[in-house]
Design a protein around this ligand. Structure first.
Ligand code: SF4
Length: 347
């Protein structure tokens, strides 16, 4: 069989949903550039077949930029003394959740650094108030917590949890996240899954020292965990971190990982991330045509938004309502519509 027959057969196998080996995944990630369009089209067809043409919306509130960790790639790291820190009050968070509800977006994502100021009790009270006052579906993205915390959050009414594994390479993880333990992170993800949270994980693409083999392992972690949501974003170096100045303008590799994630996991919710829109003006639309089906507009009040500075130059200026209406026009241009429904992972 010629190499081109082999590549075409691999794409057919992946689109058909046959089991992919680690070698298959690596081969998909390494396909010559001329196969990129065919890979994205295959992922797009699987997205359409499994998830439909609608784009689900999740409204984000970045309620604290305090973080007790020191990840080398992140502007929120505690060692970044140039960052002006904030914590939103409970009433501010509730008012923002009410605004999300008013726009018709059915789910809220509460996101922060790892900030123990927000104790189990405080987070539970927030969840209960949001449920009672808005009935929004609640996703938490607040880092590693104890099993007891996760149980309490669920009991209080949280439905979903996002915790990116960041990288499947133990060595890279250890280097990038000093003092953090990869096994513990995976254990957190297993706990969340076992408790019945719709669980999201994900990675960064373009990290220094990352290989296609590591990216294939990232994809296998997503598959093995049976994660329901996958956040796949490009690494963007922040000037106030030890990784300042490391260039990553490779949107192609991120789109490729996203497309393979769709082919591998079939019916998961995959956002077109703001990080992709930051790296490339058409990044979000390109992701939505390579397997993505979710967009997460940021509702964080303007006074705080620019201070949630995980990476520089974040796209999406203006209020969330303005952003949604801009996005709506863009999405129509590719034959897609926004859907104001919870967008659970189908069974
Ligand atoms: S990646 Fe998360 S845990 Fe690490 S410094 Fe940033 S906010 Fe904190």
């Amino acid at each position: 069989m010629s190499i081109s027959d082999k590549n075409e057969n691999l794409l057919i196998k992946a689109e058909a949903g046959k089991d992919l080996t680690r070698e298959d995944i690596i081969a998909l990630l390494k396909l010559p550039f001329k196969y990129s369009a065919a890979l994205y089209l295959a992922a797009d067809r699987v997205r359409k077949q499994q998830m439909g043409d609608e784009i689900f919306l999740r409204g984000i509130i970045e309620f604290s930029n305090h973080c007790e960790r020191n990840c080398l790639y992140c502007g929120l790291r505690k060692g970044n003394t140039n960052l002006s820190r904030y914590r939103m009050t409970e009433d501010e968070i509730l008012a923002t959740a009410a605004q999300i509800k008013k726009t018709g977006v059915p789910t809220v994502v509460l996101q922060s650094g790892e900030d123990s100021f927000f104790s189990q009790d405080i987070v539970c009270r927030l969840i209960e108030r949001i449920r009672k006052e808005t009935d929004l579906i609640i996703t938490l993205s607040i880092g590693e917590r104890s099993l007891n915390d996760y149980q309490a959050f669920q009991h209080a009414g949280a439905n979903r949890y996002l915790l990116k594994h960041e990288t499947a390479s133990r060595e890279l993880y250890k280097y990038l996240r000093p003092g953090c333990d990869w096994e513990n992170r995976l254990q957190c993800l297993r706990h969340l899954k076992q408790l019945g949270f719709e669980t999201g994980t994900g990675n960064m693409v373009g990290l220094p020292g990352q290989t296609q083999e590591i990216l294939a392992d990232d994809l296998l972690v997503m598959k093995l965990l049976n994660a329901d949501m996958l956040g796949i974003g490009p690494f963007i170096a922040h000037p106030d971190t030890p990784l300042a100045g490391i260039d990553n303008d490779d949107i192609e590799l991120t789109l490729r990982v996203l497309a393979v994630a769709r082919l591998l996991t079939r019916n998961t919710n995959i956002p077109a991330t703001t990080a992709l829109a930051t790296l490339h003006p058409q990044g979000r639309l390109l992701a939505l045509q390579a397997g993505a089906n979710v967009v997460m507009p940021d509702f964080t009040p303007e006074i705080y938004k620019s201070r949630y500075d995980i990476y520089p130059g974040r796209a999406d200026v203006g209020s969330a309502v303005e952003i949604i209406s801009r996005l709506e026009k863009d999405f129509q241009s590719i034959g897609r519509t926004l859907l104001y429904s919870p967008g659970h992972r189908p069974n």
